[in-house]
Write a protein that binds this ligand. Structure first.
Ligand SMILES: Nc1ncnc2c1ncn2[C@@H]1O[C@H](COP(=O)(O)OP(=O)(O)O)[C@@H](O)[C@H]1O
Ligand SMILES: [Mg+2]
Length: 318
């Protein structure tokens, strides 16, 4: 099924609220795989370009080789949206055209279309899901809420597409009536027939494929990062519930920023004992997942050496 030289990648997705350590854990995972001889790509769609900070190297919007077997790209969501708009501009214009014809009122075009920025970002995600150049593709995802909205897009688009096709049918019915009444040119007639259904149909197929990959535990590994605090636990519980609804197989929970033992610091020890209580709670609540623990370091997780330390703590031992 695969051509010579093609790879069949596995995907690693990192999720969790902002600041918990997603980028650090994702970058450490990428480095760990590359060192084990796997050709690895790490993809970020964070406008803050945190991957560059994490690796301590300028990355940017084109795939960049950072080390042997290690590649990275930082997709600018604003640029992705611009590209998407350019590619789909005729469809978007035609939708406007439909609205002008008065059809928009009947079908509430604005109400049924997902936000174009969400589609653009999801489109990039789909693009990498089809890639066959790497053994491992790691997504350092956007914070939880956004990531979950990405995952709900196939359903939204599915129903949106269904409605679009219905509109197309009605519209072409109207066109044949109009043709009898008005002197339409051949060109206009062709244009009117093509309401973007072909491109959208293709996209729907890609999303279907991505959904299959995402719900396959052999191909997709979902990591949830959290900190040992009540709010973070609650948030993660909600996310895990939603992921379950979409049949995304969550594998691992990483508890980050655990205060290390230090008997000479009473503040640290008190904080730590509270955290240990929360970790007990996490192990109990998230019993079905593998729970990994990562201590808080004195230093920020910045550069290869620190990423290696993170990898040694949570991945090498497991
Ligand atoms: N275990 C840790 N020890 C020390 N600093 C950490 C640790 N995990 C994350 N950090 C630091 O916390 C900040 C946020 O981490 P980051 O991985 O960017 O989080 P996210 O991607 O979830 O927003 C960064 O400055 C990072 O260096
Ligand atoms: Mg991040």
């Amino acid at each position: 099924m695969f051509k010579i030289g093609e790879r069949n990648p596995e995907f690693f997705l990192f999720s969790g609220k902002g600041g918990v350590g997603k980028t650090s854990c994702a970058a450490a995972k990428a480095l760990d795989f590359s060192r084990k001889g796997k050709k690895t790509l790490i993809v970020s769609v964070d406008p803050a370009h945190s991957l560059s900070d994490s690796f301590g190297m300028k990355i940017g919007g084109e795939v960049k080789k950072l080390a042997k077997n290690l590649f990275a790209i930082e997709i600018d969501p604003a640029r992705a949206m611009q590209e998407y708009k350019e590619r789909f501009s005729s469809q978007i214009e035609q939708m406007d055209g439909l609205a002008k014809l008065g059809i928009g009122e009947t079908f509430d075009l604005a109400g049924m279309t997902p936000g174009i920025d969400e589609i653009a970002a999801f489109d990039k995600f789909l693009h990498y899901m089809q890639n066959k150049e790497y053994d491992i593709i790691i997504f350092d995802t956007a914070p939880t809420g956004h990531a979950l909205r990405f995952l709900s897009l196939p359903d939204v688009l599915d129903s949106w597409l269904g409605k679009m096709i219905k509109i197309k049918l009605r519209f072409s019915g109207m066109m044949s009536l109009a043709k009898k009444l008005l002197p339409f040119g051949k060109e206009d007639e062709e244009k009117a027939k093509n309401i973007g259904a072909d491109e959208l149909e293709k996209m729907k197929e890609r999303i279907k494929m991505a959904k299959e990959i995402l719900s396959d535990p052999e191909k997709t590994h979902y990591f949830m990062v959290l900190i040992p605090e009540a709010m973070s636990i609650l948030e993660s519980e909600r996310s895990l519930k939603t992921l379950k609804e979409y049949q995304i197989p969550v594998e691992t929970v990483i508890v980050n920023q655990i205060i290390p033992e230090n008997s000479s610091c009473s503040f640290c020890m008190e904080k730590r004992s509270r955290q240990l209580e929360r970790i007990k709670e996490i192990k109990d609540k998230f019993r079905e997942f593998r729970v990994l623990q990562l201590n808080l370091f004195k230093e920020e997780v910045h550069g290869f050496r620190m990423l290696e330390r993170v990898g040694d703590e949570i991945y090498s031992k497991n």
